[in-house]
Write a protein that binds this ligand. Structure first.
Ligand SMILES: Cc1ncc(COP(=O)(O)O)c(C=O)c1O
Length: 382
């Protein structure tokens, strides 16, 4: 039984619909909900007027997602040669891409130059030398370190130039023949603290001012990703992307004027809530007094989002009882680390019962492996 109506609407399917999908496709089944993805994209654009959307391909590179967003008018944040190829395969122009990986392989830079992806990010001196040798007149965007307070993944840990090095890096890039065009940052993911964006923009404004004094004409601000999913969760509702847009967009115009290009690289807030996973109980055991349920998808599959993205999911069943007991959900592989959740409250389950996991679109299918020979879940579009 679905616990309440809110949960029902979150799953976006009736139990009957899910049953018939499973009958047709079997499990594990990863469902991309076309209209939800389009709604998320349209809403993001509405909440951030004047900001161009560059979908972060890494979040979920399924070809259907790329095609749909491409048709809807999205541009793309790519991180590798292979992601550039994926976007080109959809006949999307190279001008609609930004190579937003500050540490690039030389062959990735070379390929970007060959196909016309002209904008690349950087955050260190070595990268300047590398880009200048391989792609001498590239347009470069300096990524800076910014606050990540409260974000689950701190993306200024591994990336981002110190504020005090920013001007120096811009100068060095110009000396090397590159064309510095703007500044980017990522406040961490998911970010539930809009103040991170506000503080980051204050830092960017200072860098723009210092750069202007040295004759730079920076005209691009890339506010990165980090925007949360706006969904019902058992532990509460996260701040809405709408409220973030209301705070951020006036600041962009106030600090940088209307002559500046604004870019955002949302990933999870577009695709996160647009995918549902259906997985099945394939085994049960009582071990040391605890109920274990083994599912046909696990930590090496779609639930890679748990170790890599620190994602937390809700699990729903169709059992017609209000009884709930703590249990352990585990994946199908032979590895003992393949445990999805310990202590989750569920009704007593039988073999072949279905478990439905909403909001599983981001950093899940993208990083799923075929460890132990288990295939990635089949993907369908609904
Ligand atoms: C450079 C860059 N841009 C955008 C994103 C997407 O972030 P999010 O999914 O939080 O929107 C990431 C995520 O790692 C990233 O590294």
């Amino acid at each position: 039984m679905l616990e309440n109506e809110k949960s029902q609407s979150r799953l976006m399917f009736t139990p009957e619909q899910l049953d018939s999908l499973v009958e047709k496709y079997d499990t594990p089944l990863f469902i991309i909900i076309r209209n939800k993805l389009l709604d998320n994209f349209t809403a993001f654009r509405r909440f951030f007027p004047g900001v161009e959307v560059y979908y972060a391909v890494k979040t979920n590179p399924h070809p259907f997602i790329i095609g749909l967003l491409g048709e809807a008018g999205s541009s793309f944040d790519v991180a590798s040669l292979q992601e550039i190829q994926l976007i080109l395969c959809h006949h999307i122009a190279p001008e609609r891409m930004i190579l937003a990986n500050t540490i690039k392989r030389k062959k990735g830079i070379r390929f970007a130059r060959e196909v016309g992806v002209n904008r690349l990010t950087f955050d260190n001196f070595d990268e300047i030398g590398k880009m200048a040798r391989v792609f001498p007149d590239a347009q470069v965007i300096l990524r800076i370190k910014t606050p990540s307070d409260g974000s689950r993944i701190n993306l200024s840990y591994k990336f981002g130039a110190e504020q005090e090095d920013a001007l120096h890096l811009l100068l060095r890039a110009r000396e090397a023949g590159l064309r510095p065009v703007g500044v980017s940052f990522h406040v961490g993911s998911p970010c539930t603290n809009v103040q991170n964006y506000v503080s980051s923009l204050q830092i960017v404004k200072k860098i723009f001012e210092q750069a202007a004094d040295k004759g730079f004409d920076l005209k691009l601000v890339d506010i990165g990703g980090g925007f949360p999913l706006h969904v019902f969760r058992s532990e509460g509702v996260e701040p809405s992307v709408e409220s973030m847009g209301e705070t951020i967009t006036p600041i962009l115009r106030e600090y940088f004027g209307t002559d500046c290009q604004f870019i955002a690289e949302p990933g999870r807030s577009l695709i996160g809530s647009a995918c549902v996973l259906i997985t099945k109980v394939i085994g049960r055991a009582m071990r040391s007094g605890k109920a274990w349920y083994y599912l046909d998808d696990g930590i090496y599959g779609t639930f890679t989002a748990i170790p890599f993205d620190k994602s937390v999911f809700d699990f729903y069943t169709f059992k017609k009882t209000d009884a709930r007991f703590p249990c352990i959900l585990a994946g199908p592989t032979c590895d003992s680390t393949d445990v999805i959740a310990d202590g989750v409250l569920l009704p007593p389950l039988d073999l072949d019962d279905l478990i439905v996991v909403p909001d599983i679109g981001a950093y899940s299918w993208a990083s799923a492996t075929t460890f132990n020979g288990f295939e990635k879940p089949q993907v369908i579009v609904y």
